[in-house]
Each structure stands twice: as C-alpha cells, then as structure tokens.
Design a protein around this ligand. Structure first.
Ligand code: HEC
Length: 159
C-alpha cells in the first residue's frame, strides 16, 4: 500500500511539474514574440552603422579585450548621477536601453552622443532616427568631459 501511494504521489508530482513547465513555456513564448516585434520595429526605423563615428570631439577610440575595472566603476557612478533620469541598462525608458550599444554603434559614435547630443540629434542620421523613435525626447547635454565619457563607454561595455 505504501508503495502504491508513493508511486501515485510521484506521478502526481511529475504531472504538476510538467504543467508548470508548460505554462512557463507559453509565457516565455508570448514575451518573446512581443520583444521580437519591438526589435523589428526599431530595426526598420533606426539604422545600424558601425562605421559612423558621429559628430563631435572623439575621432578614434581603441578598446582593449578586457574591461578596465576602475573606468567601469567611475562610469557607473557618473551614470547614476547624470543618466538614470532617462536610461536604464536593460529597459527602454525615455531613452534607449544601453546594454549592447556596441553591437549597434561604434565606440566613437557613443562617446560623441554622450558629449555632443544637441548637435548629434540635429545632424547625425542615426541620432536623428533615434529622436524620432523616442518621440522627439531630447537627450540633454550633461557637460560630460572626454575622460568621463570614456568611463561611461567602459561601463556601457560592461552591461
Ligand atoms: C533627458 C533625458 C536623457 C538624459 C539625461 C540622457 N539621455 Fe541618452 N538619450 C536620451 C534619448 C531620448 C535618446 C534617444 C535620442 C533622442 O531622442 O534624443 C538617448 C540616446 C542615447 C544613446 C544612444 C543609444 C542608442 O541606442 O544608440 C546613448 C549611448 C546615450 N543616450 C547615453 C547617455 C548617457 C551615457 C547619459 C548620461 C551622461 C545620457 N544618455 C543622458 C535621453 C537622455
């Protein structure tokens, strides 16, 4: 009798696990479809051009294979003070989510956008498209110097 009960409860547990998993899977699929649609929409409207270096003081940046931990933590501090009003690492807010930026933009473009947003959103083709995509929300000039912009870039790389 004990054995039968044990077998029955084992079947019950297995079943309920199975169901839980199914639910999770369908939830996951729903999320995924939604995310894919947003990505598609953004791809059509905002160009990806890794050769575009943007407009501003930064002409060339070389990135090492490893992250510079000091720069990452300085960048994170500045990010908290000057950027979190509009940006989050992984979620679209007033401005774009910044994780993965280097897959879409050159490092020079990112630093010029950080240091010179007002001119960028007027003249640069990617920034102009972003402005449209983000409902004409203006990225304000936060008076970031080149050293701090480089640290912010390193922080963005670490996300
Ligand atoms: C007042 C809101 C605001 C603040 C503050 C702000 N941004 Fe932005 N940012 C935006 C918006 C909005 C965009 C999209 C372009 C536009 O609409 O002007 C953008 C675009 C960007 C992009 C380009 C993203 C992409 O997908 O290519 C980067 C990089 C960026 N911001 C970094 C920063 C950093 C770093 C800071 C802090 C120093 C900062 N921003 C502060 C609103 C802001």
């Amino acid at each position: 009798m004990k054995k039968v009960l044990f077998a029955l409860s084992a079947v019950f547990i297995l079943n309920s696990c199975g169901e839980g998993k199914k639910k999770e899977e369908s939830g996951f699929q729903m999320n995924r479809t939604k995310k894919e649609t947003t990505l598609k929409k953004e791809k059509q409207e905002v160009p990806v051009d890794l050769n575009n270096k943007g407009i501003g003081p930064v002409k060339s940046v070389s990135l090492s294979d490893t992250l510079d931990a000091d720069m990452v933590s300085l960048g994170e501090e500045i990010f908290e003070v000057k950027c979190t009003a509009c940006h989050m690492p992984n979620q679209r807010m007033i401005g774009p989510a910044l994780a993965g930026s280097l897959e879409r933009r050159s490092p020079e473009w990112i630093m010029n956008m950080i240091m010179n947003p007002t001119e960028m959103i007027k003249k640069d083709p990617i920034a102009k498209a972003l402005l449209k995509e983000y409902n004409n929300a203006i990225m304000l000039n936060q008076n970031v110097n080149q050293k701090d912009a480089r640290a912010l870039l390193e922080y963005i790389r670490s996300l």
